[in-house]
Design a protein around this ligand. Structure first.
Ligand SMILES: Cc1cc2nc3c(=O)[nH]c(=O)nc-3n(C[C@H](O)[C@H](O)[C@H](O)COP(=O)(O)OP(=O)(O)OC[C@H]3O[C@@H](n4cnc5c(N)ncnc54)[C@H](O)[C@@H]3O)c2cc1C
Length: 387
C-alpha cells in the first residue's frame, strides 16, 4: 500500500539475493567461527553499489530512498547474512549529507560511493553515561585550527574496518548551556590519522561476531574543519538520523524474522518423530504461525515509516514503532525456530544459534526497547517525562 514502485523493489530484492547467493550459510558460519570480518561480502556489496543506494546521484550514488535501502538490508538478513557488518555506512552517510558543508560532501561522498572510503563507524556511547547521551564526558576543545579530543567511548563498531568515524563530543560544558542537549558537536574523524596519535582502540569480545571496541582519546588533535555543521548542535544532528536508522534496523529484523520462519517451517515439515512430521502437531505449528503474523504486522509499520520518510513527512512515530515491533517479532521468531529444531537448534551447523544471537542484539542496540517505549509514552501519548 505504501510502496511507490513495487517492480523496482522486486528488482532490488532479486539483485541483492543474487549477490548473497555467493555468500551462503557456510560462509557466514565460517566467519562467525573464526570471529572474522566478512571482508569479501562487504567488498562485493560495495562494488555492486548497494551501499551507495542513498547517496544522491550528484555525489556518485544511486539517489534512492529509505524504502529501497531498507529492502537491501532486509534481503541480506533474509538470506542468512548479517547487515550489522555494513549498515553503519547507510545511516552515517545521512549525517554528512544533511549537515556537512558542500566542500565536505564533495570531498567524501563520491569516494564513499565509489567504495574507496568506508564511513562505517559512529562514536556516541560512553561507558559511564550509557543511554543518557547528553551527559557524555568526551570533550573537544578548540585550539587554533584544531580541536583537541579527550575522553572515552564504548561499543564503537567497525572501527577496524572503517576509514572514517562520526564522533559526538561536548564542546561546551553542560553547566554552561541553556539546555543539556546543546553544546555537543559532531566531527568526521580520519581513523588512519587518529589511531596511534591520541586515539587507542581496544576490541571488545562479545556474544555476536560484531566488531566493536572501546576507544580512548588522549589529546587527539583533529583539524578544525572536521566539524560537521554548527558547533553545539551535534546532538540534534544525531537525532535527525535516528528515524532512518530505526527504520533500517526494523527492515533487518524483518529479514531475520523471515529467515527464522522459513527455516522453522522447512524443518517442521521434514523432521519426523512419532512417525509423522513434527509440523503436524499444532503445538509446533501454532507458534510458527504466530511468529509469522508478528513479522508481517511489523513489516506494515516498516513500510509506513519508509513512506513517511521518503515523502518528507515526520516519520518519528512510525520509525520507532517499526523498530520496536520488528525487533520483538524477529526475537520471537528466533525463539520459535530454535524450539522447533529441538537439540539441533544448538548445533552451529544449523545456523539457528548464530542468527539467534545476532537478532537478540536489536533489543539493545542501537537503541534499547525501553527507550522506544519511553519515546512512545512521552512523545505520542503525552505522558510525563520519566528522565
Ligand atoms: C554489539 C554492540 C554494538 C554497538 N555499536 C555501537 C556503535 O557503533 N556506536 C555507539 O555509539 N554505540 C554502540 N552500541 C551501544 C548501544 O547503542 C548501547 O549499548 C545501547 O544504546 C544501550 O546503552 P547502554 O549499553 O549504556 O545501556 P544503559 O544505558 O546502561 O542501560 C541498561 C539497561 O537499562 C535500561 N534503562 C536505562 N535507563 C532507563 C530508563 N530511564 N528507563 C527504563 N529503562 C532504562 C536500558 O533500556 C537498558 O536495557 C553498541 C552496543 C552493542 C552491544
Amino acid at each position: 500500500m505504501f510502496i511507490r514502485d513495487p517492480e523496482s523493489i522486486e528488482a532490488i530484492r532479486d539483485g541483492v539475493r543474487c549477490l548473497c547467493a555467493n555468500f551462503d550459510d557456510a560462509y557466514w558460519r565460517q566467519v562467525d567461527e573464526e570471529k572474522g570480518f566478512p571482508e569479501a561480502f562487504v567488498n562485493a556489496l560495495t562494488e555492486a553499489g548497494w551501499l551507495a543506494a542513498m547517496i544522491p546521484e550528484e555525489y556518485g550514488g544511486s539517489g534512492l530512498g529509505l524504502t529501497e535501502a531498507s529492502v537491501i538490508l532486509e534481503e541480506v538478513n533474509r538470506c542468512g547474512g548479517n547487515s550489522g557488518t555494513v549498515h553503519g555506512q547507510m545511516y552515517n552517510m545521512f549525517t554528512l549529507l544533511r549537515h556537512g558543508s558542500e566542500e565536505q560532501k564533495r570531498q567524501y561522498l563520491p569516494r564513499i560511493a565509489a567504495g574507496e572510503l568506508r564511513l562505517q563507524s559512529m562514536g556516541v556511547t560512553e561507558p559511564t553515561t550509557g543511554t543518557d547521551t547528553t551527559k557524555i564526558k568526551t570533550t573537544a576543545v578548540r585550539r587554533g585550527d584544531k580541536y583537541v579530543i579527550n575522553g572515552q567511548k564504548v561499543w564503537i563498531s567497525r572501527i577496524q574496518h572503517s576509514d572514517l568515524m562520526i564522533l559526538l563530543a561536548r564542546t561546551t560544558p553542560i553547566d554552561q548551556v541553556q539546555r543539556k542537549s546543546l553544546g555537543m558537536s559532531i566531527f568526521l574523524v580520519d581513523l588512519h590519522q587518529a589511531i596511534g596519535n591520541g586515539l587507542s582502540v581496544q576490541p571488545i569480545p562479545n556474544m555476536v561476531n560484531h566488531e566493536t571496541n572501546e576507544l580512548f582519546f588522549d589529546n587527539l588533535e583533529i583539524p578544525a574543519d572536521s566539524l560537521i555543521g554548527e558547533e553545539g548542535m551535534g546532538f540534534r544532528y544525531i537525532l535527525d538520523g535516528l528515524n532512518a536508522e530505526r527504520t533500517l534496523i526494523a527492515a533487518e529484523c524483518i529479514g531475520d524474522g523471515r529467515w527464522f520462519i522459513d527455516k522453522a517451517t522447512r524443518y517442521a515439515r521434514d523432521r519426523e518423530v512419532f512417525g509423522r512430521p513434527i509440523g503436524m502437531n499444532q503445538g509446533v505449528q501454532f507458534p510458527i504461525a504466530q511468529a509469522h503474523i508478528d513479522v508481517e504486522a511489523a513489516d506494515l509499520m516498516r513500510w509506513r515509516a519508509c513512506h513517511e520518510y521518503d515523502s518528507g513527512q515526520n516519520a518519528g512515530a512510525s520509525a520507532n514503532m517499526a523498530k520496536y515491533l520488528a525487533a520483538e517479532a524477529s526475537w520471537k521468531a528466533a525463539n520459535v525456530c530454535l524450539q522447533t529444531h529441538g537439540g539441533f537448534g544448538f548445533a552451529c551447523e544449523y545456523d539457528v544459534e548464530r542468527k539467534f544471537r545476532e537478532t537478540r542484539l536489536y533489543q539493545v542496540a542501537p537503541i534499547s526497547t525501553n527507550l522506544i517505549l519511553s519515546y512512545v509514552a512521552e512523545h505520542l501519548l503525552d505522558l510525563p517525562r520519566s528522565f
